[in-house]
Design a binder for this molecule. Structure first.
Ligand SMILES: Nc1nc2c(c(=O)[nH]1)N[C@H]1C(S)=C(S)[C@@H](COP(=O)(O)OP(=O)(O)OC[C@H]3O[C@@H](n4cnc5c(=O)[nH]c(N)nc54)[C@H](O)[C@@H]3O)O[C@H]1N2
Ligand SMILES: Nc1nc2c(c(=O)[nH]1)N[C@H]1C(S)=C(S)[C@@H](COP(=O)(O)OP(=O)(O)OC[C@H]3O[C@@H](n4cnc5c(=O)[nH]c(N)nc54)[C@H](O)[C@@H]3O)O[C@H]1N2
Ligand code: SF4
Ligand SMILES: [Mo]
Length: 743
């Protein structure tokens, strides 16, 4: 297909003149709203409650929602500015079709034309190459209802096995680890347990920047005298106040956790009663760490053995403790191993199913928890069921009113779909709520893949960098334009309320999918007239699964300000804390230890690429940045990616703060300003990944996947660094022609 994506320069230029700003005098100055709508933030998995102010079908500001128990009115910088995206001039208002003769590569077309084209291409590709040659990628900024619908749409509408979602780049290693060890994939605790912990151990999460509201829960534990351990190659803001800081070399967490288990066993800081009554496999796990001494782990992780011993003593002797982990230990080719090694520490000391006790992932994306339950993962059916299990298939087929044989089998995972496109095996793609060109590893490879597609259609509300490669772009709905439910990182099902209607000719995401299904002749499976009808079927389909929503109702969710699943029957109170009484979700009720030998990351440093690279986030930007790079105050806070490096490393390379440096890996290179800071290991550099094109950190990252979770190794790559010509041009920040509401 003829492609004319914007050039990198055009892409980056695009974000200069289009930054939305708060009105002069502050966010609510002089605005007399028609109404306020209680809903939740569209960004991270904390899902803070917020009240949106609405005037003339536009969100014009917000008010804190003090009564919502999780955040009690608090919001982070993104939550405060989120309302500015709806009125953004880049908002897609009409379907677009690729037109190489048009200056920006697209022309507006009618819905009929756009949908007919999408359907004709699906039918052509599937007729020529088989049903699985057309794939779908989805995302978990979508509500539960939309996630459920996408799962059913791909299987019964498109009839393809190849559907996966962007949580594959996010929480899947935790999901696989949780299911293997605990039999269920949910945070074990409500966050109100954090203040009850005597030790809070944060492994691979920059909580202050990525889960700002969780900070206040950790502070409440600290106020009670809790000890704080932080494990991160960088002295992240929370580490500055930690009692114990473990600056691990990237990719070595399982060695550290192994040595801690070794110490727990050596000192007999074990809960034998709990191990005997509620777990299986302790001996094998113990045998695997027999030689993992703190001295050995210290040499692998690059930190003093004494600190590992201290961590073990604090964790082993504390009555209560919570270990919170996020992508820092999960986004590895051994992410599942890291998660299982962390869970071993909780099981060995009986820290599950009790107040203030748990080993928990901190879910990242807005609906990262709910979206990973409703069946749009390549191996999953609703209720977090297994698509390869005949009983699970039969249960879902019954609700869907189809033959079990009509439900395709397990498909490829997200990165494998991109690879199959690159290989020419997958020819067509429909994506909703996913921007792989920025967020997938090895972006040069991803770009080649997208350009090989015979047909690509995107449902989004902005022309994302991936959408710039599409043949047809369908304008979908913003978070505040639709209603439904979402499930926060705590496992709390909450209600999202519509504040406005989609502007122009934009449509609700779910209606677009149903339109396509109808045109494919599959309308009988999609008879919904409202999101509430989708919700009702979703709950029915979840019934009997581990993620059981049977008794969840919109009314109760609103009245009770959230309900924690499982809610296995109508009238059930919900389950804020899992595993009480030592009851785990495996059929025998017991949790599983796992033996975790240490193995290195897929790529290690050598003479040519001697420095470790890790990637992640900054507080003011969100994911691939399509939303937050359009909001002035957030862009000014951190306008472009910087390469964080230690003064010793900088000095050895002749680099000063602000100098441009070129960072090169086996897959690509990026030139960006150096940010010389003493808060990072001298053998490691960090680059945030929220920018596209020549500013994309993912030009460098490795496509190596975890063998079980199929998570790419975003957190470890080997690079070399050279000084480039020039210094940071800070005039950039001042020269932006801001669209600030004053013009
Ligand atoms: N501001 C902001 N907040 C967000 C998001 C966002 O884009 N912006 N995204 C949301 C989403 S979807 C997610 S998934 C979460 C992510 O939340 P986090 O996981 O907290 O964020 P990251 O910055 O990806 O990585 C966390 C930390 O891992 C460290 N790290 C890197 N390699 C290693 C390692 O090998 N071991 C250890 N122990 N640590 C390592 C990094 O130095 C970094 O400080 O944030 C959510 N919240
Ligand atoms: N190097 C590196 N890469 C990473 C990571 C890292 O730490 N390092 N982290 C990974 C992680 S944890 C994540 S979660 C991924 C995220 O990667 P992506 O999922 O690609 O990131 P998003 O920015 O959420 O992209 C979602 C797209 O969906 C659109 N969108 C948002 N909400 C809706 C909606 O309700 N409806 C529709 N139709 N569209 C919507 C947005 O405009 C955007 O274009 O990135 C991953 N990539
Ligand atoms: S912490 Fe997360 S949910 Fe809360 S306001 Fe910030 S981005 Fe939104
Ligand atoms: Mo994520």
């Amino acid at each position: 297909m003829a492609q004319r994506p914007l050039s990198d320069e055009e892409l980056i230029d695009k974000y200069g003149p289009h930054l939305n700003e708060a009105p002069p005098g502050g966010w609510d100055a002089g605005i007399d709203p028609d109404r306020t709508v209680k809903t939740h933030c569209c960004f991270c998995g904390q899902q803070c409650g917020i009240k949106l102010k609405v005037k003339d079908n536009e969100v014009v500001g917000f008010e804190p929602w003090y009564e919502f128990p999780f955040n009690e009115g608090k919001l982070c910088p993104k939550g405060v500015k989120r309302y500015l995206q709806g009125s953004h001039p880049d908002r897609l208002l009409d379907p677009l079709e690729r037109d190489p003769s048009s200056p920006d590569g697209f022309r507006q077309v009618s819905w009929d034309r756009a949908l007919d084209r999408v359907v004709a291409e699906i039918q052509r590709i599937q007729a020529e190459h088989g049903p699985d040659a057309f794939a779908m990628l989805s995302g978990v900024s979508l509500t539960n209802e939309k996630s459920y619908l996408v799962g059913k749409f791909a299987r019964l509408g498109l009839g393809t096995a190849n559907l996966d979602y962007n949580g594959r780049f996010c929480m899947v290693s935790a999901g696989v680890g949780n299911k293997k060890a605990l039999g269920v994939d949910r945070a074990p605790n409500p966050w109100s347990d954090i203040p009850l912990a005597d030790v809070v151990w944060v492994a691979g999460s920059n909580i202050a920047e990525t889960f700002p509201i969780t900070t206040s829960y950790v502070w409440r534990a600290r106020d009670r005298g809790a000890k704080l351990i932080v494990q991160d190659p960088r002295v992240v803001p929370m580490a500055r106040t930690a009692d114990l800081f473990l600056p691990v070399r990237p990719g070595t967490d399982s060695a550290l956790f192994g040595a801690v288990l070794h110490e727990l066993i050596r000192h007999d800081w074990l809960d034998h009663e709990f191990i005997d009554a509620h777990t299986v496999g302790f001996d094998e796990a113990a045998a695997a760490v027999a030689d993992m001494t703190p001295a050995w782990a210290g040499s692998i992780c690059g930190l003093p053995a004494a600190r590992i011993e201290e961590a073990a003593e604090w964790w082993g002797t504390a009555a209560t403790g919570m270990l919170l982990h996020a992508r820092g230990i999960e986004q590895h080719s051994k992410g599942v191993d890291n998660v299982l090694a962390a869970i071993n520490l909780g099981l060995a000391t009986g820290k599950f199913g009790k107040p203030g006790c748990g080993v928990s992932t901190i879910t990242g994306q807005g609906n990262g928890q709910g979206g990973r339950e409703q069946g749009h993962k390549c191996d999953q059916l609703p209720g977090n069921r297994d698509i390869t299990n005949p009983e699970h298939r039969a249960a879902v087929a019954k609700v869907w009113g189809c033959e079990e044989s009509e439900i395709p089998g397990k498909g490829l995972s997200a990165e494998e779909i991109i690879e199959a496109i690159h290989d020419g095996k997958i020819k067509g793609l429909l994506s909703i709520c996913f921007n792989p060109l920025v967020s997938a590893p090895d972006s040069n490879f991803t770009k080649e893949a997208l350009d090989k597609l015979e047909f690509y259609s995107v449902i989004d509300f902005f022309l994302s960098e991936s959408a710039q490669h599409a043949d047809v772009v369908l304008p979908g709905s913003l978070h505040e334009e639709d209603e439904g439910t979402s499930t926060s990182g705590e496992g709390r099902v909450i209600k999202i309320n519509a504040a406005t209607a989609p502007p122009g000719d934009a449509r609700l995401d779910w209606q677009i999918l149903i339109d396509i299904a109808e045109r494919l002749g599959r309308g009988k499976y999609f008879p919904y007239r409202s999101t509430k009808e989708i919700f009702a079927e979703m709950c029915e389909a979840s019934s009997g699964g581990t993620a059981d929503y049977t008794g969840v109702t919109w009314e109760r969710v609103e009245d009770e300000m959230g309900m924690f699943w499982p809610v296995p029957e109508v009238g059930h109170p919900g389950t804020p804390r899992l595993f009480e009484g030592g009851k785990f979700f495996h059929p025998d009720g017991k949790a599983r230890f796992h033996p975790i030998p240490f193995r290195e990351s897929a790529e290690v440093v050598d003479d040519d690429y001697p420095i470790w690279l890790t990637t992640g986030r900054v507080v003011s930007q969100y994911l691939s940045g399509t939303q937050t790079r359009r909001i002035g105050a957030l862009v000014r806070q951190y306008p472009e990616p910087l390469c964080e490096m230690h003064p010793r490393l900088a000095e050895s390379l002749g680099i000063a703060d602000g100098d441009l440096v070129t960072v090169t890996s086996r897959r690509g290179d990026i030139t960006l300003p150096a940010h010389v800071v003493a808060t990072i290991r001298p053998d490691t550099v960090f680059i945030p990944y929220h920018w596209p094109g020549v500013k994309a950190a993912n030009q460098l990252t490795n496509r190596a996947l975890d063998p079980l979770s199929r998570m790419p190794e975003f957190k470890v790559a080997a690079v070399r660094i050279e000084k480039a010509d020039g210094r940071r041009d800070t005039s950039d920040d001042r020269d932006l022609d801001l669209h600030d509401g004053r013009a």
